[in-house]
Design a protein around this ligand. Structure first.
Ligand code: GLY
Length: 292
């Protein structure tokens, strides 16, 4: 077994419904990613594989099972980044099964970093991704219940009505010491159509550089304001990962940013911390699996 390889994944910093399915989805995701690393594969392949499993699990707020926006559509965000500063993202993409793979294609097949909306969908189709409806009955039910409480059809302040958020994310380090991060989200329930969260914003939901990588989950607007993933990686450059996590979460808490963060530094040390009610996570390091 290679010494430094490791992978960590999270299933969001919102609620902890379906704890068993959450745990088994996360275990399956990190095991799939770890197997790629163990066989000498890249951290990018590992985090994409883990994220795809989480996007397909249906209980997380990413891919199939994403929360609905105010008008009942599912608009998703996703991004990938490597420690070589390669980055790709999609914002408010609809009708695809795995936004994380489209984000990777933006990184590898275009000259750009971020594609949004209709043209992100066109790009996905051009790259061979077929139509997929990511709506689930369960999330539709939540949407109907929450929507019934809204007074207007198009309100200004989302904070009064939105209380459900979540994201999935994965960070891995491969045998060459390259770190990759993948983050994918259905955003916040009842958000305004067209709202882009922190997930596809470089430094906010996702960041990696030669010191390590981090993926954030939680309240997107606050995470963007405080560039939480970048902050975590910047702290990891100066101190052990655990301490960097504590510093980042203390900073977030001070400014009222409700979030969770996972990360790995270049030595493969784990960062995993949150200031929300709950966060589901799982990692494999030195061949040993640990989960929430
Ligand atoms: N962190 C997910 C979002 O706010 O969009």
């Amino acid at each position: 077994m290679r010494k430094r390889i490791a992978i960590i994944a999270h299933g969001g910093a919102g609620g902890l419904n379906y704890p068993r399915r959450r745990k088994s989805g996360l275990n399956k995701a990190v095991k799939a990613g770890y197997e790629i690393l163990r066989q000498g594969g890249s951290s990018l392949d590992a985090v994409e594989a883990a994220a795809i499993i989480l996007e397909d699990t249906k209980i997380f707020n990413a891919g199939t099972g994403s929360y609905f926006n105010l008008t009942g559509d599912v608009e998703m965000d996703a991004s990938v980044m490597t420690s070589e500063l390669n980055f790709g993202a999609v914002g408010i993409i609809r009708d695809v099964r795995n936004p994380i793979s489209v984000a990777r294609m933006v990184m590898e097949k275009t000259d750009h970093l971020l594609l949004c909306g209709e043209n992100a969908i066109k790009f996905a189709r051009f790259m061979g991704m077929g139509y997929h409806d990511p709506k689930t009955k369960e999330k539709e039910h939540i949407w109907r219940r929450k929507k019934a409480k809204c007074e207007s059809n198009y309100f200004k302040k989302i904070g009064d009505f939105t209380d459900l958020y979540g994201t999935i994310g994965a960070v891995a380090i491969d045998q060459h010491g390259l770190v990759a991060v993948a983050t994918s989200s259905g955003g916040i329930n009842l958000r305004l159509p067209g709202r882009v969260g922190d997930t596809p914003v470089i430094g906010a939901g996702t960041y990696a550089d030669r010191h390590g990588g981090a993926s954030a989950t939680g309240h997107g607007e606050q995470i963007m304001r405080h560039l939480i993933a970048l902050r975590a990686v910047t702290f990891m450059a100066k101190m052990p990962a655990k301490q960097a996590g504590k510093k980042t979460i203390d900073y977030a808490t001070k400014f009222g940013c409700r979030c969770g963060i996972i990360g790995l530094n270049k030595k493969g040390e784990v960062l995993c911390i949150n200031n929300t009610k709950a966060m589901s996570w799982c990692y494999i390091k030195n061949g040993r699996l640990r989960s929430f």
